[in-house]
Ligand binder design. Sequence first.
Ligand code: ZN
Length: 352
Amino acid sequence: MNAALSRFHRQLILPGFSEAAQTRLGQSHALVVGCGALGCASVDLLVRAGVGRVTIVDRDTVEETNLQRQCLYTDEDARRGVPKAEAAARRVRAINPACEVRGWVDDFRAENAREYARGATIMIDGLDNFETRYLLNDLAIDTGTPYIYCAAVGYEGMTFPIVQGEGPCLRCVFPTPPAAGSAPTCDRAGIFGPAIAVAAGYAMAVAIRRMAGIPTRGDSDLVSFDLMAPRMTRVRLGDSARCPGCSACVDRQFEFLDGSRSTRTTALCGRNAVQVLPACMGRIDLAGLRERLVAHGEFSVESGRLRGELLREATPEGGRVELTVFEDGRAIIRGSVESALALRIYAKYVGL
Ligand SMILES: [Zn+2]
């Protein structure tokens, strides 16, 4: 066995694996979009398995509350507020210097999605919002690059691969995104570390086997679990699970990739604020949102809007951040005119 392969010995002796499979992994390029808990766990598994190139895109910085589950980051990363893409890339180089890793501190969106996905063998979901997941779904159908959907919140998780021509797409399974603010987020509902390990473990088993060219029966199944019950469910997904009227994989309308359905931000300069208009408007239960935000500050609900200061957030200059959310999902984030900050705050506390 040559020296480059010797570190993978315990993988190579597994049934199904071979030097040829390992070489295929080494020639593969995984795009990981979002590097929170799922992204970290996925990147760790991919790099240790010997994937040759990994591209990480994430817009966020490391915070202390991430460390309970985001396995690539350290206490020092949190204290220094290092961008996640940067900290993750550094960690990957320390794990396997042969892996060609690129970390981009950026918001993955319609305007740059194709560029980041160029040359990718597979696209991995490390996200926390449906809007960007639908964007990856559009990209997967349009380019034919497999996309591994993966999500976890609370004690639960779900994963299945989206491969054009092999089964349903994300919009066959979830035709419309949940209205802004209606889906649970980790910041409001919490997240159990082992749920991340299980979800990412299943998702990466499929991703690694696919890249290595050794898929097994069941790799296209939808797997969901609840570690509180505990319970695990497996649903066979084939062509019959495709939705005949799917706007994405049947009608090929790529609303998220062409940018016609994306969250819009408008700087309200005179007011030192940014307005956020989510792509999926819907009625928000403001009283419920207020309850879920109780750990993040004091919020009041009156005349159709929720309003308060986010105690754990600050502008780059160290100023206060105020959040106002209206019943239709629109929000105003006060304290800065930076759209990236406003989008991050919205995704984290209201949920896209
Ligand atoms: Zn579809």
